[in-house]
Design a protein around this ligand. Structure first.
Ligand code: FAD
Length: 241
């Protein structure tokens, strides 16, 4: 009873809005992009997340946070969902949800992992950890601002915005495929390691943004802090996978 009360107070604080799926794109067997039209949407800052709330017919609700993958200039709000084995919400969103379905989406949340854009941004992502950087990179590309993007994926489709990143003239893009490389792949194929950032001029001022699994974020933090200079580092962890 007490638990239910706390839950309702929390959802009340999050300002959930009615949202309808306007488009769903399956990327591969793990990932999909879902666009929502959200009532009374508050423009977000790139890097923020929202909570998606599923409500069953019997009133049962499940709520999970997802990074906002659209840029603040876009009309619809996009999320990149990774289907987690036996995951309650991600499985529903990936397998069952369809265009026209109604959900509740919270107003944008978070002040910690947002684009500062005071120094040169460097995005470091693994897997679906690319989600907040889709938003940040679109935003910066529109403003002709320079940024670096390092992304590790198991396969080519998991790079999600490969073509866009190649087309951004102000982006220095370093995609890595660790398992199923397409023929003639010219990008990287090793995991993040102590040589990954050898191409950076360490005399520049950088702000690092790292996003992915706990394991990936820890690993990246170790490597960045051993570069021998003090950088601003912002991290977002999606969970232990
Ligand atoms: C700030 C923030 C932003 C996030 N943004 C995104 C995003 O943009 N895209 C996205 O796909 N996910 C994102 N996540 C993760 C997301 O919130 C859920 O944790 C994830 O979708 C799993 O929820 P589920 O209901 O499917 O699994 P659950 O039913 O909660 O869990 C099922 C099983 O999977 C394990 N598990 C839980 N979370 C994960 C995980 N992330 N990876 C692997 N195993 C897990 C659990 O321990 C459990 O054993 C974000 C998390 C945070 C904290």
């Amino acid at each position: 009873m007490e638990r239910a009360k706390i839950f309702w107070i929390m959802t009340g604080l999050q300002h959930f809005n009615n949202a309808i799926i306007t488009k769903k794109k399956i990327i591969n067997s793990d990932l999909c992009l879902i666009n929502f039209e959200v009532e009374n949407w508050h423009k977000h800052v790139p890097g923020q997340y929202s909570e998606i709330c599923l409500t069953a017919e019997n009133g049962y609700q499940a709520i999970r946070p997802y990074s906002i993958a659209s840029s603040p200039d876009e009309k619809s709000v996009t999320f990149l969902i990774e289907r987690i084995n036996n995951g309650e919400v991600s499985n529903f969103l990936y397998d069952i949800s369809t265009e026209g379905d109604n959900f509740q989406v919270s107003n944008p949340i978070g002040k910690r992992f947002i684009l500062q854009n005071k120094k040169i941004p460097i995005f470091v992502a693994s897997g679906s950890g690319i989600a907040p950087f889709i938003s940040m990179s679109k935003y910066l590309a529109n403003k002709n601002k320079r940024f670096y993007m390092y992304h590790w994926s198991k396969n080519f489709s998991g790079l999600v915005i490969y073509e866009e990143n190649k087309s951004y003239i102000n982006s220095l893009y370093f995609p890595n495929i660790t398992r199923n490389k397409p023929p003639n792949w010219t990008g990287g194929d090793s995991r993040i390691n102590s040589k990954t950032f050898n191409n950076l001029d360490l005399n520049n001022q950088y702000e690092f943004y790292v996003c992915g699994s706990d394991f990936f974020v820890e690993n990246a933090l170790d490597i960045i802090s051993n570069l021998g200079k003090k950088f601003d580092i912002y991290t977002e962890r999606f969970g232990s996978f």
